[in-house]
Design a protein around this ligand. Structure first.
Ligand code: PGD
Length: 769
């Protein structure tokens, strides 16, 4: 199966970046996208080189300092040597820690995307294990993707998933939209990805179809390529994190010209008079007009006014990308977009009104399957404590301190043991130097990983996990009509084990094996999960093969529901009979609930709150640290496709030619990006697709500190999270603000340090047992 035995047939598998099949041909793994996928994702081509890369973790390892001195805070985390141990020894050590540390002191939030298969999904596995075998754990809520929108949308419109996944579809855009105001764009690199797998990438074709019909797309944001060429979008370059000011000015433009839909505002919304007063400056003497917004947004006043007037009389869709809310006061553009769409009176109409994060993932704008998707049951968590996910460093650095979150006063628990499987906080978190400090304080960090990520390099006990290609699974999601029998394509690497096998062994040692496994092998679980979907199919009158037949066929088409427009369409058609799940049952342009919290950083109506993290004398540029195009987050950064995009091994930073010239930076120069929090190297690419004053360095290059013993070492590879700020969006949502920060950039003239991110850490001789 590894290819050593010779060529094999193509066998189906699935990843967050697409359904595919793979075969061994002449000793190499060949990956082919699903034949029905009109626009396959090239990220799939990271697999072949990644499978047996030296970055893979070969065997269980224990950090030397932890092995010698036992659990406790340790400044050597992140720069220590590792001692190889047997699986039995490693599992005994983890078991002892799980017995020593009470569940109230175990952080098992373990945020991360891991892999697509619904059974071996590491985050589901670790949560189930901690619930069923340990009793519970301190969890995290919300996501790095949508930390602010997750919290604000239910207050003002409805649950985020309803607004993003069961609202305006790509079919409606192709057929009905006349003008799409895309705040933050709809970049294909984002919609190419869908958790659980995706068999058809339809976004490019849908935008092309809409444009061919005459739909106009307006891309509002700092990067021109945040829309595909097929959309033929007009680009309105906007200073990052000023969308709210532009939206308010558009609202002002509509209201002052009498172009707003008063009947809709009266019938469907609450709070319009408060917002109207704010727009016209009746409280603060500052009308939020085009002249006011122009210097903030960088868009000329005439262009703003003209755009406001262009909105009248058309089917207009307002869409707000995830990226806008991954920034200071990220709640505001999400809410202001809701208000702008409400003023146009089209919320709930086909291809019009408001949609959140269309194109942010391959899940949005799709039909929902009529049957449920396989998911591993999580068990019951007996610990009530939680944190908003992006507050992890605060929690570890400030146990016992209290903070605000969504109207609650919460206290950070005192964590002793951190357990991580299927995520990479040294990729996803902000201000990595602060995170390093936070992780030095814990007593024990256990990590399951398939590769030596920076998170694995900070762990005390590292357990090698298999990669998705090395095991069987089921790929499916609610928004893709194909369930995939993911076949094993390679033997496990070295001593790597499936997360499920690792947790089964630990559960056995804890006397809780039956509770965790319910007596099922991995194959039994696949059959069990499949049977639930099959039963659901049969209950709804659809044929469903038995598991063996499904496995033989390799995939099963699932029936899709109708494109109904969901909750917002029902509300539009009958606001009294199908009220929104907000306190008023209407769209809240003013929220008494939020106003009642008394947060200056998130008042009772959408408002312009000037960000603090803006360029100044020390850091004159705005960094956009967005999602990468050549990998998913940090996954398989060592794969072939991701590596091809690098220059001299460094991640590529784009800069406008004017800004480059002002700093003596030329194409392909190595540059140093820096601010008060840290510094990293990158390779410069001069590009007019980036507006002046902005530089763009995507996330996901593995953190690679030149001298890990320093307080703020230089990342020689180009991880932007050494630069970003670790502060919440506001007291309401406490979401991640990693998308933007102020930086300075200069040519790097020193000797170029080697990339060591993918080389395993130094290993000592095998420990005596
Ligand atoms: P991944 O790189 O996907 O990043 O953060 P996330 O932690 O999800 O990490 C998944 C890890 O799981 C990888 O290291 C992979 O090797 C491992 N893995 C894969 N399969 C398995 C398995 O089967 N078992 C085990 N044990 N491990 C496995 C993503 C997060 O980053 C997200 S969602 C967003 S939206 C944020 N975006 C930004 C941003 O825009 N800007 C900044 N500055 N920072 C961000 N961080 C966030």
């Amino acid at each position: 199966m590894t290819g050593a035995e010779g060529d094999t047939e193509f066998r189906p598998h699935s990843a967050h970046w697409g359904v595919f099949s793979a075969a061994w041909k002449q000793g190499a793994l060949v990956v082919r996208p699903h034949p029905d996928d009109p626009d396959p994702n090239r990220i799939l081509q990271n697999f072949p080189e990644a499978l047996r890369h030296e970055a893979r973790i070969a065997r269980p390892m224990v950090r030397r300092g932890w092995l010698e001195r036992g659990p406790g805070a340790d400044p050597r985390r992140g720069r220590d040597e590792y001692v190889p141990v047997s699986w039995d020894r490693a599992l005994d050590l983890v078991t002892a820690e799980l017995r020593r540390v009470p569940m109230e002191r175990i952080f098992g939030g373990s945020y991360g995307w891991s892999s697509a298969g619904r059974f071996h999904h590491a985050q589901s596995q670790v949560h189930r294990f901690l619930n069923t075998a340990v009793g519970g754990y301190v969890r995290s809520v919300n996501s790095y993707s949508a930390g602010a929108s997750n919290v604000i949308l239910p207050h003002v419109l409805g649950p985020m998933e309803e607004i993003s996944r069961r609202n305006v579809s790509w079919e409606q855009v192709a057929e009905h939209s006349e003008l799409v105001l895309a705040f933050g764009g709809m970049a294909l690199k984002n919609s190419m990805v869908a958790g659980g797998g995706i068999s058809r990438h339809i976004e490019r074709g849908s935008m092309a179809a809409a444009a061919a019909r005459g739909c106009e797309f307006v891309l509002i944001g700092p990067l021109r390529d945040d829309m595909p060429e097929e959309a033929k979008a007009e680009w309105l370059p906007l200073v990052p994190n000023t969308d709210t000011a532009l939206m308010l000015a558009l609202m002002h433009g509509l209201a002052s010209a009498g172009l707003h839909d008063r009947a809709f505002l009266d019938r469907y919304t609450t709070g319009w008079p408060v917002l109207e007063d704010y727009l016209f400056g009746r409280g603060d003497d500052q009308p939020k007009d085009a002249a006011w917004a122009a210097p903030i947004t960088g868009i000329p006043a005439e262009r703003i006014t003209a755009l406001a007037h262009r909105l009248a009389g058309k089917r207009v869709l307002v869409t707000v990308a995830h990226s806008l809310q991954r920034a200071e006061h990220g709640e505001q553009p999400v809410w202001a977009g809701v208000a702008l769409a409400a003023m146009l009176g089209q919320t709930g109409l086909p291809g019009g009104g408001y949609t959140y994060a269309l194109g942010a993932l391959g899940h949005t704008g799709r039909r929902t399957n009529l049957v449920s998707t396989a998911a591993l049951p999580q068990g019951r968590n007996r610990v009530g404590a939680f944190i908003p996910v992006a507050r992890i460093a605060d929690m570890l650095l400030h146990p016992g301190e209290s903070y605000n979150y969504n109207g609650q006063r919460l206290t950070y628990p005192d964590i002793g043991l951190v357990y991580w499987a299927g995520g990479n906080p040294f990729h996803h978190h902000q201000d990595l130097n602060r995170l390093r400090e936070a992780f030095r304080r814990v007593e024990t960090l256990v990590v399951h990983e398939l590769a030596w990520t920076a998170t694995a390099r900070h762990a005390d006990i590292v357990l090698p996990a298999t990669m998705t290609l090395e095991r069987e699974d089921i790929g499916s999601s609610q928004t893709d009509p194909l369930m995939v029998a993911m076949k094993q394509l390679a033997e496990p690497f070295a001593e790597a084990r499936d997360d499920y096998a690792i947790f089964t062994e630990l559960a056995r040692r804890l006397g809780r094996e039956e509770a965790f496994t319910e007596g099922r092998s991995a194959r039994d679980w696949l059959r069990h999960l499949y049977d639930r979907t099959a039963q659901d199919l049969r209950d709804k009158g659809f044929p469903a093969p038995d598991f063996e037949e499904f496995w033989r066929q390799g995939s099963l088409p699932l029936p899709e529901g109708p494109d109904t427009g969901g909750m917002l369409r029902a509300f539009h058609e009958d606001p009294e009979g199908a009220p929104l799940p907000t306190p008023s049952g209407r769209i809240e342009l003013h929220s008494s609930t939020i106003a009642g919290f008394g947060y200056a950083d998130c008042p009772g109506h959408p408002a312009w709150l000037p960000p603090q993290d803006v360029p100044g004398p020390e850091a004159t540029l705005r960094l956009v640290a967005n999602q990468p195009a050549t990998r998913l987050h940090s996954q398989l950064d060592f794969g072939g496709h991701s590596q091809e995009r690098k220059h001299r091994g460094r991640e590529v930073m784009r800069i406008h030619p004017t800004d480059a010239a002002a700093r003596g930076i030329r194409q392909d120069d190595i540059v140093r990006l820096f601010n008060a929090r840290g510094a990293c190297l990158a390779a410069a690419e001069l590009s007019e697709a980036v507006m002046p004053g902005v530089v763009n360095l995507p996330t996901g290059a593995w953190y690679d500190p030149e001298d890990p013993a320093e307080d703020r070492p230089l990342c020689v590879h180009g991880n932007p999270n050494v630069l970003t700020r670790d502060v919440g969006t506001s007291r309401l949502a406490q979401g991640c603000t990693g998308q933007l920060t102020a930086v300075e950039v200069e040519r790097f003239t020193g000797n170029l340090p080697p990339i060591r991110a993918y080389a395993p850490p130094e290993a000592l001789p095998v420990a005596a047992e």
